[in-house]
Design a protein around this ligand. Structure first.
Ligand code: BTN
Length: 245
């Protein structure tokens, strides 16, 4: 992954470019990278603050031979690859909040946004957008995220190499992806679970339909779906939601 890199000083969003490139025949593993995003976006239509020079704003194009129902597994796989890479490069231990937030002491360090191009049940391309707060200072964060976000520099007190981290993530992602294709999600699931924050805890899940469910997070199933047991003992399958722990 990342053998072909499409680098930009500033773009609205690397996701958008990656979508266009994927449609225009970009090869599996192409990486779109930007130093700054003027219109970075997060999940649920949120804004992703992406200032110049202080973060990793990138979108990886994959063209897997998988059916749609297996795509959530790729988000979880990407989260594992990033957590491991951050440990390797910066010696920081982070956790994962299902499905795709990477946190340090409860504050968000990385966000992952997985988007699809598909035709019926067949996946044409998967765009894995990754936003990593690397060297942003606390004082330079917008006021509304200062209490909920963090960066590697804030955590370690040192400027971190973005290049090193990107390279490590690409290597790690490719390694896990090959393992996943050869041996299935069963080998990725336990890795994910070692970093997962919510397992065994009481959580509240706000679904896309606005429904709120509360219960104990039992874990994820083999599709990467979150299992929540309510106080009636009913197990709900959560495909997509915002989670509060
Ligand atoms: C989230 O936690 O809501 C996901 C955030 C994803 C941000 C990344 S930064 C690179 C790529 N381009 C975007 O516009 N968004 C993703």
């Amino acid at each position: 992954f990342g053998k072909v890199i499409d680098f930009h000083e500033v773009v609205p969003s690397t996701q958008k470019i990656a979508h266009h490139l994927a449609e225009d025949g970009a090869t599996h593993g192409t990486l779109v990278l930007a130093d700054e995003q003027a219109g970075g976006r997060g999940r649920l239509g949120r804004v992703w603050h992406s200032p110049k020079g202080t973060g990793i704003w990138m979108s990886l194009i994959l063209k897997p031979d998988l059916t749609i129902n297996r795509i959530p597994q790729l988000t979880l796989l990407a989260a594992v690859a990033i957590v491991r890479s951050i440990k390797k490069v910066s010696d920081v231990d982070c956790s994962i909040k299902w499905p795709n937030d990477i946190l340090f002491e409860g504050k968000k360090l990385v966000g992952i946004l997985t988007e699809l191009q598909s035709e019926m049940e067949n996946v044409r391309a998967v765009i894995i957008g990754m936003g990593i707060n690397v060297n942003i200072e606390w004082a330079d964060m917008p006021a509304e995220i200062r209490d909920i976000a963090t960066s590697l520099k804030i955590i370690t007190g040192k400027t971190q190499s973005r290049v090193m981290l990107i390279q490590t993530i690409m290597t790690e992602l490719e390694k896990l992806y090959d393992l996943y294709l050869n041996e299935g999600f069963e080998v990725i699931k336990p890795m994910w679970e070692t970093y997962a924050l919510s397992i065994g805890k009481v959580i509240r899940a706000r679904t896309m339909q606005g429904e709120v469910l509360q219960g104990v997070a039992k874990g994820i199933n083999n599709d990467g779906v979150l299992l929540l047991e309510d106080d009636q003992g009913v197990v709900h399958h959560i495909y997509s939601a915002d989670i509060e722990i």
